[in-house]
Design a protein around this ligand. Structure first.
Ligand code: AVJ
Length: 336
C-alpha cells in the first residue's frame, strides 16, 4: 500500500477537527464569524454549483464567455513559443478549466495539468472528466490547502508555467491575505511564467450595487440555502442545536472595504448549544434578534486595487479581458 492510499482517512479526521476548531474560534469571536471554507461540504458544494447557474450570478457566466472567446489568445500570450504546463489553485471540479485545456491541446500535443484543491472528491471528479474528454491532457492532482501550506509546481523541461486562479476565488480574501497567496504562488514560479486571474469588479456607472446584491441574494433562494447550510453542517458534524430557519440570509454591500458581505441574522432571542468536542468544552451561545454571524466576504476590485495586488506580489499585467459592461475581468500577468 502506498502512503497516498492512507491520505483520505487522515484528511477526514483533520477536517472534522478543523471544523470544530473553526466553529469555536468564530462563534466565540466578537463580532461572530464563520470562515467561508465551511460552506463546501457535499451539500454546500452542490448548492454552489446551482448558484453558478443562477440568472443573477453573472460571475461564472461572464468568465466562461471570456474563456470561450479568448482562450487561444490567453494561451498564446502565456506560452510565447514555449510549451506550457497549467497549475490551478482551488481547482474544484475544474469545469471551466476544460475550455482552457481544450485550447492548450491545440497549441501542443500533450499538456500537464496540475490541479490543487483541499477536496479529494472534487479532484477525482476533475481528473475523470478531463482525462475522459481530453486525451492529450495528463492530470497530476495535489490535495493541499494553498492558503495555508506549501504546494509544489512540477515543471517539465523547458516548459513555462501558467497558473490559474479563476472564478473570483481570490475575492474571499482580504487584501493582505490575497497578497500572501499570490506571493506564495510567485515564489514557486520563474521569470516569464504567468498567472491567469479572474476577479469580480467593483460597482460603477455600468454596474449598480443592486446587481451585486442580487448576485448574492437570488430570487430562488439558493444563496440563502447555501448560507444557512453552514449551520446545518455544524449541526450534522458537531451536534450543535442551530435552528437554521430562525436565521435570515443577508447580503450587504460594504463600500469602504469594497466587498459584499454575507451574514446570518438571528430572527429571535435564542440559545444555541455546541457540545464539547476535540477543540474544547461545550458552548452555550446567546443570540439577540438582529445579531449576526458573518460568513463571507467577496471583494470587488477597482483597477487600483488590482494594480496594487499584482505589484506587491511581483506580477506585471500583460493583458486584461472584460465583458462589454465591465462587470468581470480576466487578467494575464507575468512573473517579474
Ligand atoms: C466561490 C468565492 C467566488 O464570492 O462569489 C457565491 C462564493 N458566495 N455566492 C463568490 C459565493 C455566495 C463565490 N466564490
Amino acid at each position: 500500500m502506498t502512503p497516498f492510499a492512507e491520505a483520505p482517512e487522515a484528511l477526514e479526521v483533520t477536517t472534522a477537527h478543523a471544523v470544530a476548531v473553526e466553529a469555536r474560534r468564530g462563534l466565540t469571536s466578537v463580532p461572530r464569524t464563520l470562515s467561508p471554507w465551511l460552506f463546501y461540504d457535499a451539500l454546500g458544494s452542490h448548492l454552489f454549483e446551482q448558484i453558478t447557474a443562477l440568472p443573477e450570478y453573472y460571475l461564472t457566466r461572464i468568465e466562461r464567455d471570456l474563456f470561450r472567446a479568448h482562450a487561444s489568445e490567453m494561451l498564446r500570450l502565456a506560452a510565447r513559443e514555449m510549451p506550457l504546463t497549467l497549475v490551478e489553485l482551488g481547482a474544484g471540479t475544474a469545469t471551466k478549466t476544460g475550455i482552457l485545456l481544450e485550447a492548450a491541446v491545440q497549441h501542443q500535443p500533450e499538456v500537464l495539468y496540475q490541479p490543487i484543491d483541499v477536496s479529494e472528491t472534487a479532484l477525482i471528479e476533475a481528473a475523470d472528466n478531463i482525462e475522459r474528454h481530453l486525451p492529450g491532457v495528463a492530470v497530476h492532482s495535489q490535495i493541499a490547502d494553498y492558503t495555508a501550506s506549501a504546494f509544489t509546481v512540477e515543471r517539465p523541461r523547458d516548459h513555462r508555467v501558467l497558473a490559474l486562479y479563476i472564478g473570483s476565488s481570490i475575492g474571499n480574501f482580504a487584501p493582505e491575505e490575497a497578497a500572501k497567496i499570490l506571493g506564495n504562488l510567485r515564489a514557486q514560479l520563474q521569470f516569464g511564467d504567468t498567472l491567469l486571474l479572474g476577479i469580480d469588479l467593483a460597482p460603477s456607472r455600468q454596474k449598480p450595487v443592486d446587481t451585486l446584491l442580487a448576485a448574492y441574494d437570488d430570487a430562488a433562494g439558493v444563496t440563502a440555502a447555501f448560507n444557512r447550510n453552514i449551520l446545518d453542517r455544524l449541526n450534522r458534524e458537531l451536534r450543535s442545536s442551530f435552528r437554521p430557519e430562525s436565521f435570515r440570509h443577508q447580503a450587504r454591500w460594504n463600500a469602504s472595504d469594497s466587498r459584499i458581505e454575507m451574514h446570518l441574522e438571528s430572527l429571535a432571542e435564542q440559545t444555541v448549544h455546541v457540545p464539547a468536542n476535540s477543540a474544547g468544552p461545550g458552548l452555550m451561545l446567546n443570540f439577540h434578534p438582529g445579531d449576526t454571524i458573518h460568513t463571507e466576504n467577496s471583494y470587488k476590485f477597482t483597477e487600483g486595487a488590482l494594480a496594487h495586488l499584482l505589484h506587491v506580489s511581483h506580477f506585471a499585467e500583460m493583458k486584461q479581458w472584460r465583458d462589454e459592461r465591465d462587470w468581470f475581468s480576466v487578467i494575464l500577468a507575468e512573473a517579474i
